[in-house]
Ligand binder design. Structure first.
Ligand code: SF4
Ligand code: SF4
Length: 384
């Protein structure tokens, strides 16, 4: 397993984390076995959005005596009312659900207190202008929440959360299908096949999503990814908007090559699926490569935009082209060259200025990126 820094929290998290859909309608034996298998595979980042009491209790049991092995993002505003899941902003329900969570987890703290599922502007205004965020801040001050997070499917909302300066982690739905859609307050559009034939669908990454990824990277706000497989649709040829099935490894690699992403919460429903995802770190590059598949999709060819896939390597001059392009794009998105990026760039062994314009890389780029021009542009930005 490889580990990344969870943005400005400084926590070291496994590139592959475990989402918690798997635990629904299962029992404690199943939960203990899946959590144990995850720990053995090196997974240390766990999402717990579920309000179901027995799932919370199962996590509490699994953490007993080994709390330090878990980095837990558990959700606020996700309650169990009348034996049903409820997303709530009612403070009585929010507080009761949090008390239940802490008691069942039997821990003094949760690492990331994730404000649950804010997709609409009206809801965002209510959450960040009202008692929910105040409650989160109080719990943080009391040490029960180490960091505040927010989950959303809407990049416009995510950007506002990052700009508020209050959240250190954003749980966001990332995959190549959602990335070609403009922001939407209705999550259901993400799952409908018609959406991907609609007039709003782009031929490359939506600019607001791109802006979110860049903003997170520059602000040190970590993205933790949900729905990396598009709810499973990307893994099936007849459901994928690209007309071909992606593999688990390709989906994970796509997410982990977006700026700002720290970990991907694999939607594993059993140990076998978990192991498939956990194999990511040891898998050869060719098994992770999503470039050919996405670039050959006639409807959404992702042209003229570096996807940071690394398919153009090796460079004759030794330049890490994907990384140089990523740094240059981050600067462009911010309209400035932040000191941290300048330092990261300075640490690269080979700079854009080393490009000898041999053109070898351009023939290997499936997305038709004019790499020589990009290297010149990067040289102009960084001065080397
Ligand atoms: S230039 Fe092309 S091949 Fe290279 S990282 Fe970007 S998209 Fe991939
Ligand atoms: S054109 Fe420049 S970036 Fe591409 S392989 Fe040649 S030296 Fe490397």
């Amino acid at each position: 397993m490889h580990y990344r820094t969870l943005g400005r929290t400084g926590l070291k998290v496994s590139e592959v984390g475990l989402g918690s859909e798997a635990f629904v309608n299962q029992d404690d034996v199943f939960a203990q076995n899946l959590i144990r298998a995850a720990l053995e595979a090196g997974v240390n980042y766990f999402d717990l959005y579920n309000p179901e009491p027995y799932i919370r209790s199962s996590f509490g049991k699994a953490m007993e005596g080994q709390r330090e092995k878990f980095i837990l993002q558990a959700h606020l505003c996700s309650a169990w009312i009348d034996s049903q899941y409820k997303r709530t902003r009612d403070m009585g329900e929010v507080k009761a659900a949090f008390a239940d969570l802490m008691s069942r987890l039997n821990t003094g703290y949760i690492d990331v207190g994730m404000i649950h599922y804010v997709d609409e502007q009206k809801d965002f205004d209510k959450v960040f202008g009202g008692p929910v965020i105040e409650f989160a801040k109080e719990q943080k001050a009391a040490g029960k929440i180490r960091h505040i997070g927010m989950s959303t499917h809407n990049p416009r909302i995510a950007i506002q959360a990052v700009k508020s300066g209050l959240v250190d982690v954003v749980m966001f739905s990332v995959n190549p299908a959602y990335d070609i859609l403009p922001p939407n307050e209705d999550i259901n559009t993400l799952f409908k096949a018609e959406t991907y034939q609609g007039p709003d669908v782009l031929s490359s990454t939506d600019p607001e999503r791109q802006a979110l990824y860049s903003l997170c990277e520059s602000q040190g706000v970590a993205l933790t990814v949900m729905k990396p497989y598009g709810g499973g649709a990307l893994l099936k040829a007849d459901e994928s908007p690209f007309g071909a099935a992606m593999t688990v490894l390709q989906c994970l690699h796509y997410c982990l090559t977006r700026p700002g992403v720290a970990t991907v919460l694999a939607g594993a429903h059993n140990q076998e699926e978990l192991m498939q995802a956990a194999a990511y770190c040891e898998a050869p590059d060719e098994e992770k490569d999503y470039a050919q598949l996405l670039s050959s999709c006639p409807a959404h060819p992702f042209t003229d935009k570096c996807m940071y896939c690394g398919h153009c390597a090796p460079c004759t001059a030794g330049i890490d082209i994907a990384t140089v392009n990523k740094f240059a794009d981050l600067c462009e998105a911010q309209g400035t060259v932040p000191e941290t990026l300048r330092e990261h760039y300075a640490a690269l062994e080979h700079k854009a200025g080393d490009c000898i314009a041999c053109g070898a890389c351009e023939g290997r780029c499936p997305f038709g990126v004019k790499i020589v021009e990009h290297m010149e542009k990067a040289k102009g930005i960084f001065g080397a």
